[in-house]
Design a binder for this molecule. Structure first.
Ligand SMILES: [Zn+2]
Length: 173
């Protein structure tokens, strides 16, 4: 599951670096305590703990506390909240697609004008408010052909949709 590009992307953001992903893999494999995870992965115990609490903060892991009857010490058994990971990815992908489609719509339905010095990119209404002069330097704004911008957004949409499709197919419950 962690090999899925969307899962990997989300988890890498939470655990800060790919080097810490084995912690999540160990947790996903059912290893429950911070010490066992540290032993299994070779990652320092303080880092394992920090990452477990980060996952917990994000709702992606939970724990149960129990008292050892002999030593009276508390032990924490951790659990990976796979369903939360799935829900979050579905939500994030949907939000991202909505945003991309809005952006595409805006690009397709507007003309854009740019400052030759790179200060500004304005749509027709904004550019005409400034009488087609750059609000920063006063240079005349130039019409920008936004075909490439549109092509890039369409490509992004296709990529997100295809990742999302393969993700949902693998994680049908
Ligand atoms: Zn300018």
């Amino acid at each position: 599951m962690i090999d899925d590009p969307l899962v990997k992307q989300l988890l890498t953001t939470v655990v800060e670096t790919e080097d810490n992903l084995p912690i999540v893999e160990a947790l996903n494999d059912g290893i429950e305590t911070d010490e066992e995870i540290a032993n299994k992965t070779g990652i320092k115990l303080n880092i394992v703990r920090k990452i477990l609490y980060k996952l917990y903060d994000m709702g992606l892991a939970s724990y149960k506390r129990s008292k050892d009857p002999e030593t009276q010490w508390f032990t924490y058994s951790w659990k990976f909240e796979k369903d939360e990971v799935i829900n979050r990815i579905i939500k994030d992908s949907e939000n991202y697609l909505t945003m991309l489609n809005e952006e595409l719509d805006r690009e397709e339905n507007n003309m854009f004008f740019v400052c030759p010095q790179g200060h500004a990119r304005l749509d027709f209404d904004d550019a005409s408010d400034y009488e087609f002069m750059c609000p920063a330097c006063g240079d005349e704004l130039e019409f920008q052909d936004n075909e490439e911008v549109i092509a890039q957004i369409k490509e992004d949409i296709e990529m997100v949709e295809s990742n999302f499709k393969s993700f949902t197919e693998k994680n049908k419950s």
